[in-house]
Ligand binder design. Sequence first.
Ligand code: 5GP
Length: 179
Amino acid sequence: MNTPEFEVLLSEAEIKKRVAELGAEISNHYSQDKSRHIVVIGVLKGSFIFLADLVRRLTIECEIEFIEVASYGAGTKSSGQIKLLRDIAVPLEDEDVLVVEDIVDTGHTLYYLLEHLQRSHRPRSVAICALLDKPSRRLRDIKAQFVGFTIEDRFVVGYGLDYNNRFREKKDIVVYKES
Ligand code: 5GP
């Protein structure tokens, strides 16, 4: 196996600060209507660390659910083929849903997920919160309402993001290069 090389793109401290800001933005947005609580849907597996930090920064009540899709095969290129591995098992009708994703790249995954949620679960509203956004690679008309960081076209790992299921445990978000 080749030796991987990492270059820190976003440090643990930078991520922590931005996640706190996002928590405040989201809470502020939804607390306009005092009766509201939201259903936060984490997209497995990449979002699990981000989601865990984000929900602890919310000042509104939330329910937490997970959905799992396979979008990338092995490697760093999107296949464009999305497969639903695990669906939501609770009713979402009349709920305000916030989909929490690690990164929006081509947009195929979120396009598929939004379509699936609207068609099969009919929530009252759906918004997207993505930790990272790579707009230069977009192939679908997808826009996240809440974005942590906009980044260039680099393949990153850490803070939940993987390369072939490795490196999710890294505290920083790092650019991955195989030497
Ligand atoms: P999209 O369907 O928008 O092309 O890609 C979304 C999914 O691709 C993300 O949830 C993530 O799993 C994966 N992905 C896209 N870019 C990166 C990246 O730079 N690093 C990692 N680790 N995964 C990525």
